[in-house]
Design a protein around this ligand. Structure first.
Ligand SMILES: Nc1ncnc2c1ncn2[C@@H]1O[C@H](COP(=O)(O)OP(=O)(O)OP(=O)(O)O)[C@@H](O)[C@H]1O
Length: 669
């Protein structure tokens, strides 16, 4: 600082002169020409520190250069944008929100973490703007990938929700929405897609959407989907894809079904869907015949085996075994809950035997059914490899395309009256009638055929040829009404069955679901009518519940009936109530009809023999063909009396009229 005398001299000399106080501010201040600026004694940092009660500022980074500031601004803008989009994602999800919430929170935490990282990096890399930008870009990309994945998952859940597909398991592949996708993603052979198109399969059904990709990824599955929803194609397609081409390696795929009729139907579907691919599918019709056919090496000609458990086990148990399952890559158990049943009616032991016989290290298993059983699920979870369960819709429900109705008929004789009343009003064929036993099937057949209805019957006592012919005639419309037992309850796909009549009440809700599932298939409409008497009250509640679930009106009292205990239900399932025999036709008429029929058959045989002598083999062939024609013409193929072999229509009609007058159906539904 200059002395005061010097300053005074400076002022005197400077009188009149113009002094640039701005330029020489310091000198002006020193000479006190202008007032010196007060420099704060406390710096900004010091002031801020004093106000920082929670010590936040101590964590603050040092001041940055302009460039750094700009970058930080960008980062904070980006952060807030990310936060905003995360918030947006959070608010637009529904079903996914709860599950994804945690992940989102984590993403946000990661995002926050990213920001601090960014700032630290920018400090470390002072001036190295390029490097910092690169890293930021990568992070931005990572985040976009996460977001895209998240949106994809949400869309997937939404799609599954819409199609009522419920899955349980790890790494479940996304469902496909079209068959074409299967070609794009999995390389399904175009010929198979052509075959699908030829069959009129435009869109996959929900079970096909999910089960096909799973099996194509060689995942073991337990699938449960409503009756008539296309489960057969859902397992046939992946099998055909995995087998690639025919090989001389022996059976590489085995499908086990509970009945011959179903096995034969599945065999036909393998041929239709695999047309043009050259696969050789074998259906065990007669084990003895198969034994001759296979020999030690000849079974190698075949690729796919479709069978019932008993036939296969019989062949496996021969010494040496007639058949080998060592090369099996796919074991499919159709109607799995039925095959898992224990005891006389079930096939659990046989299934166990087959399961063990498929001992290749890379064998995969798939279980399919329309109804769910807890023990099958538990078994699958314990024994299958990383199993995925697929359920379509609610478990153990009937399809809503079937209009269901219950009819109280008072007593056993009331059933026949109700049946005749239905015929009087007019039935639209084809119609399936379920009874509880083969004896009752025969009895009802005798009654209905007497009424002049185009009816036939199928049950376990009939020969294989008779059963096959009956099925064929019903499929082709030559028979309009088919009486059957539980044998036809599962899996059989008769196109366009118009009405299912439960003449005898089913002994369980599961049996009811399968029986009425013979109609209303593949989205078509159908009707189901169930007769009940007081003997059936114990099962009524269960079936009423199934009906209500499917949206049918059910009287409230049925739902309030006493619920049978689990043990009791199990017992009742296996034992249908004893019922009075179905008979209103006097025995005399039935016997007369039988005698007449036998006489006709006998005379035909003798005629055939005399006409064709001595050419024996030719004669037999002609006779077989002749018989077949005769049966199909009349719409009956059995050894039971046919419409024509019974007493003339006149007497029958009079009696029918009387019966009709007497019929008085009491309906409570
Ligand atoms: N994608 C599809 N598009 C059109 N029809 C189909 C499709 N898939 C299957 N179908 C038809 O639907 C009908 C029922 O199929 P399928 O017999 O496989 O049913 P399901 O689920 O096995 O029934 P169930 O439980 O009674 O055995 C068949 O006639 C079949 O041809």
């Amino acid at each position: 600082m200059a002395a005061p005398e010097e300053l005074q001299l400076f002022r005197k000399l400077g009188i009149g002169a113009k002094f640039d106080t701005k330029r020489f501010r310091k000198d002006a201040e020193r000479s006190q020409m202008i007032r010196a600026q007060v420099t704060p004694t406390v710096t900004k940092e010091e002031a801020d520190k004093a106000l920082d009660f929670f010590g936040n500022l101590s964590k603050q980074k040092p001041q940055k250069t302009t460039t750094e500031n700009t970058r930080e601004d960008e980062t904070s803008t980006e952060t807030s944008r990310r936060e905003k989009s995360t918030e947006a994602l959070k608010s637009d999800s529904y079903g996914v929100q709860s599950r994804k919430g945690k992940k989102r929170k984590q993403t946000r935490e990661e995002t926050d973490g990213d920001n601090s990282d960014d700032s630290e990096d920018s400090l470390q890399l002072l001036g190295d703007i390029k490097a910092s930008k690169k890293k930021k870009k990568r992070k931005k990309k990572d985040l976009t990938v996460d977001k895209v994945e998240q949106i994809k998952q949400e869309k997937l859940s939404e799609f599954r929700h819409k199609k009522r597909i419920h899955v349980q398991g790890d790494d479940v592949p996304p469902p496909v929405s079209s068959f074409q996708e299967l070609q794009g993603v999995y390389g399904i052979h175009p010929q198979i897609l052509n075959n699908l198109q030829g069959l009129g399969y435009d869109q996959p059904t929900p079970i096909q959407m999910q089960a096909i990709p799973l099996m194509l990824q060689r995942r073991e599955i337990l699938a449960c989907a409503p009756t008539g929803s296309g489960k057969t194609a859902a397992f046939i397609l992946p099998i055909l894809h995995h087998l690639r081409e025919p090989r001389r390696q022996g059976f590489r795929a085995v499908v086990v079904s509970p009945t011959r009729e179903l096995a034969k139907q599945t065999f036909t579907w393998f041929q239709r869907l695999g047309e043009g691919r050259g696969f050789r599918t074998y259906y065990i019709e007669k084990p003895a015949q198969a034994a001759k056919k296979f020999g030690p090496n000849s079974a190698k000609k075949f690729d796919i085996l479709v069978t019932t458990p008993n036939r296969l086990v019989y062949m496996l148990k021969q010494d040496p075994p007639i058949i080998s399952l060592h090369s099996v890559e796919w074991l499919v158990v159709d109607e799995s809950d039925k095959l898992f049943e224990e005891g006389k009616q079930g096939f659990r032991d046989q299934l166990g035997f087959i399961y063990k016989a498929c001992d290749s290290s890379h064998v995969r298993r798939a279980m399919f059914s329309a109804t769910f059983a807890y023990d099958v699920e538990q078994w699958c979870k314990l024994n299958l490899d990383n199993v995925v369960t697929v359920n379509i819709g609610a478990r153990n429900t009937a399809v809503d395309t079937v209009e269901q109705q219950l009819l109280f008929v008072g007593s056993e004789s009331g059933k026949l009256l109700a049946m005749r009343e239905l015929v009087r009003k007019g039935l639209t064929p084809p119609v399936l009638i379920f009874v509880q036993s083969k004896e009752r099937a025969k009895e009802l057949f005798h009654e209905l055929i007497y009424d002049g209805i185009n009816v036939d019957v199928i049950h376990a006592d009939r020969t294989q040829t008779q059963r096959d012919n009956t099925v064929k005639c019903f499929r082709t419309g030559k028979i309009w009404v088919l009486i059957c037992t539980e044998l036809m309850g599962r899996g059989i796909d008769f196109k366009g069955v118009n009405l299912v009549i439960n003449y005898d009440f089913p002994t369980s809700a599961v049996s009811y679901i399968h029986r009425i599932g013979r109609t209303g298939r593949a989205g078509r409409p159908g009707k189901a009518l169930t007769f009940f008497t007081e003997d059936d009250l114990v099962h009524l509640r269960g079936i009423a519940n199934v009906m209500r679930e499917a949206g049918c009106e059910v009287p409230e009292y049925m739902l309030e009936l006493k619920k049978a205990k689990r043990k009791e239900r199990r017992f009742l399932e296996k034992r249908a109530p004893k019922r009075k025999s179905i008979s209103t036709t006097p025995k005399m008429f039935v016997d007369k009809a039988m005698r007449k029929r036998k006489m006709i058959e006998k005379s035909k045989k003798t005629q055939g023999k005399t006409r064709n002598q001595p050419g024996g083999s030719k004669a037999n062939t002609q006779q077989e063909t002749g018989n077949l024609k005769h049966h199909t013409k009349k719409g009956a193929t059995s050894d039971e009396p046919t419409a024509k072999s019974l007493p003339g229509p006149k007497g029958g009609n009079k009696r029918i009229k009387k019966r009709k007058q007497a019929s008085n159906i009491v309906s409570k539904s």
